[in-house]
Unconditional design. Sequence first.
Length: 443
Amino acid sequence: MQDSEPTHTLLFGLTLHEGRSENLHEGCLEARRVRNEVNRLDDEGWDWNDIHDTVVDNATLVKNTTQLLVQKAFKEIETYHANKDDGWSRPFPYIHEPYPMRMNHNEGYALTVDDSGDVRFRVSCKPYNYVKGVLRGNPDHLERVKNALTSEAWRVGVAELVYKHDEWQLHMTVTHKQHTVGVPEEADTVVGVDINEDCVALAAMNRTTGDVLDSVVIEYPDIKRVRHEYFTKRKRMQKVGQTAFETVVRTEERDFVHDQLHKVSRDVTRWVSQFNDPVIVFEDLKDMRESINYGTRMNRRLHSLPFAALRDMVTYKATWNGVPSDDVKPEYTSQRCPRTDCLHKGRANRHRKRFKCKKCGFQDHADRKAAVCVAQEWFTKQNENVPSLETLPRVKKVRRTASGLCEEADSHGPIFGSGVHRHGTSAQGESQVREELKTVAPT
Ligand SMILES: [Zn+2]
């Protein structure tokens, strides 16, 4: 295990209830003056201790806020000195735009969760000069800040107040205190992840034996359906020029997709937590974007779902549980045969959700197989032999839906807790499962 302090940056808009917007603006002007003053005195050759004391004494801001601003200005100058040989230019001695106010929690600003679950803020530019209101932002960030405010394990960090896109915003960090996250290299279980437009597939491999311990395909057809519906709706509105409604629709869609992805990411981390010292392995998205040879399907996949969002949520929740994540290059994971004595790759191996190797005849659910390939790539990355594939477990599918169906699912399946509807309980489902079994070719 290694010590690390995972820090997350969160972004919120501010809805003001009390105090004037002008106060915030004045604060940012004073912040600019502080920043410029530090640069001016440094330029005149002042000692940094003297700069610090003089500037802090003369500023009208909350003292702690001025100290943070002076530190930031020093850091800019230090960065310049450390990099000037590489051609970095000196920070501008005088900037003209308002400068972000930089504040410590419970000093320059404070957050609290009220009874209705809203997060309330208080920003004080000057002592005893408050602006108050509520934070708004994406549900994911709101959940994280609430967690940090109510949990002993998290620290609410520094926030910067900026005016951007016609609104006041708070950019802030939350940090886990003395958090221990496993080291990927020491993992016992390698969980490959394959994210698609309508499902995410997971395959867990034992590090030592290479056995595929278990796998699951979590389907989320509602996300795809709703995104398509909203897409059509927006197109129609654009045609008749209803831009205001369009924004509302976009927000609705974003909230829905976000909420669903959240639940899916929780399903993923819950499933992963059953294994011994796991590492979660994703395909490197950057690599996917840079590559142009993965074909239209890959490109469509990239743009058709907020992959980065789901991946980010899984990583975040896993880190919370002490589970590390890692990346591999997406080396034909969707097209390659997973049998180590074959490894044939070709686009023709895959047809929708079916994978059938044109060379050796191996068949499987295409996404589950892709997840197995991702795990295998991780062995390659560690310079370890990719274990030969003996047998694959039955393909299990669960469905995460937005309907009330999953809400009332009190009969918890052995795979997940509430909220996930298991397949394969009806007679038809059973035969489907049996068919999946048959198509997993014995080696
Ligand atoms: Zn093959």
